[in-house]
Design a binder for this molecule. Sequence first.
Ligand SMILES: [Zn+2]
Ligand SMILES: [Zn+2]
Length: 144
Amino acid sequence: MGDIFGEIFNNPTVELVRNLLILFGVVLHFSLVFWTARDASRRGAMSLFWGVVALTTGVAGWLIYLVVRPPELAADVRERDLEIRSKELELQKELESCPGCLQPVEKDFLICPYCMKKLRNPCIECSKPLKLNWNVCPYCKVKQ
Ligand SMILES: [Zn+2]
Ligand SMILES: [Zn+2]
């Protein structure tokens, strides 16, 4: 019995396969560590911490990381925040509030639809809505 096992383990082919498996395991382990650290840094998590966890615990640490990692990439979060902010700015640009009742009114409203306050005068030439304190129409250059 012992002889057979000894023979198998001393077989150069078996030894080569065993060494390759060990090498493969080591490479897999380090790529797991590398992947975990990089993924953590892209998601704004503590990449050094998770790298060390994966390095010391291997697949177990990697699995824990997969469970607790932040769901979104940090870059995605940043991009979405920017998108929201630009949408808000756009809305602010398009919407004004009525000085009389503070309800949102659109830029080309002549009167407030809520309190009937006069907001704009139509240009005497082109009828575009002009602010009450404008002396000249910026669209057709006609004095008001
Ligand atoms: Zn109003
Ligand atoms: Zn005009």
